[in-house]
Design a protein around this ligand. Sequence first.
Ligand code: F6P
Length: 329
Amino acid sequence: MCKEEKEIKQPIQTIGVLTSGGDAPGMNAAIRAVVRTALSKGLNVWGIRRGYHGLLREELFPMNWRDVSDIIQRGGTILQTARSKQMRTEEGQLKAAGVLKKYGIQGLVVIGGDGSFAGAQKLSQYGINVIGVPGTIDLDIACTEYTIGFDTAANTAMEAIDKIRDTSTSHDRCSVVEVMGRDAGYLALWCGIANGAERVLLPEQHGYDEQAIIDDIIENRARGKKHYIIINAEGVGDSINMAKRIEEATGVETRASILGHMQRGGSPTVKDRVYASVMGSKAVDLLVEGKTNRVVGYKHGEYLDFDINEALKMHKEIPEYEVDLARKL
Ligand code: F6P
């Protein structure tokens, strides 16, 4: 039996929890579930502020039941978050494992995206039991159909786009609305369908035909259509220049709106509160069962867990049926 397996067999007494990467609505629900599930099982819990960055600076504090009162409805993360360059280095990873050991933390729940799981994977190699919980508004984690925050962000973006459409129609304008998502087009695609946009531009499609859009706007205008909404994914970008080019070519006043960080804030939807709670709780169950290097996911109506190494290798495709649907409708 290797050293790592021996360590895994020891029952967990003390765990830590951190949020890492971009914040996402619902992270607080996950933190609350981690803390309360762990306390119910008789474990000690340390909260770690500002993700791995805070871990490396020993920003740890013991958490009790009341520390997570009145947070399930709040956006952001009470633990705060950061992106840590140091954690990408071997030196940083060793130091982080050392801090966890110093505080007697045998198990760590990491709520974040793929980058955060890569850090967790390293900690697991240094003898810390780690469980990842997928938290990102981008929905770009391959092993899961659900990530904490996507539902709220999609609803927030949808409402903002409805509002843009009102003013766009009043002024007979075309609107290019840029939504977040980094290199993934899920937010854009969902808004495309939910907002009934005329066009959706996705990074997964590797380019788009601007002349076809221009022709379409001119044709729509001739038919008396008062607005034209283009939802542009952040991964395609260039919205401001795109709007200028479209206005010049069509003669139709065109405005660009970049929704930006407002999509990451706000009170989580019921879905984000409930799924995040289940996932947070499941992460603690897995630690208590002696599991490590796993990530919680949701697939085909079930909460599952996957090996982090495998999960990081998985690839996620944008669903073609929905892409076609956005085009057709
Ligand atoms: O990953 C979440 C996300 O909001 C992406 O959609 C976006 O590209 C990025 O984070 C923005 O990061 P930052 O808050 O560091 O500007």
